[in-house]
Ligand binder design. Sequence first.
Ligand code: OAD
Length: 253
Amino acid sequence: MSDPADALAQVAGWLADARSVVALTGAGMSAESQIPTFRDTMDGLWASFDPQQLATLEAFEADPALVTRWYDERRVRCAVAEPNPGHTTLAAMERTATARGGSFTILTQNVDGLHRRAGSVNVLELHGSLFAWRGVRSGEAAELPDGPIENFPPRLPSGEPMRPGVVWFGEALPNDAIDAAFEASTKADVFLSIGTSSLVYPAAGFIDTARDAGAKTVEINPSETPLTPHVDASIRAKSGEALPMLMSLMNRA
Ligand code: OAD
């Protein structure tokens, strides 16, 4: 399928007929909210540091002040970011789907909280959240200030060190989120992969589960990824532009 308008019209038709939709989102979903992606060379988060330097338990144990400061800077930046039209459209698609007795599930690799702030309800945060810090040993939830944390490394009132509630390299993803994501993927009529380089597993594997169960698979990304040759439709566009266009076509379907 060469013409982008054909791809949009076909995907809109699939979505209008679907009873169950799953959307896997990555950092590209929040790029239009001015939150850097991980691997885009121009402004990617990793352009300024080696991920192994900060996003691991070993790095945290070696220098908890450095790691927690970096994550808190991201938390504060995300707290003032605004959901973009891509986020608000996915929330509208969920409301439309549930109003007619269907289901709409977001599997997000993002830790920025923007899907929920846009109004999405059925959101599985596969890689945790920048806003859910906890005690390193007890797992006790930590209260965070609205603004930046003042003293690093931060501690609970008990004195126990605390960490950001995000998944670090080498750590397991939350079992309940993984199980729910697998379950939703087996029931999907349409699986959207939006704004992700499709490089990190198990998140990148749920589309295979959906495809094997008969779902139509769609990628929305301005660039090609390893997934591109394996989807039923590939929309080469920004999510903040493509998703509102899909919603508009769905409403006319
Ligand atoms: P990446 O930075 O790897 O990929 C971002 C993708 O978004 C790229 O394919 C871009 O082409 C695409 N993109 C950029 N702007 C876009 C836009 N406006 N609309 C749509 N797509 C756009 O980020 P992720 O795929 O999310 O894991 O990375 C996956 C995981 O790798 C992250 O969750 C993180 C990292 O390890 C953990 O931290 C555990």
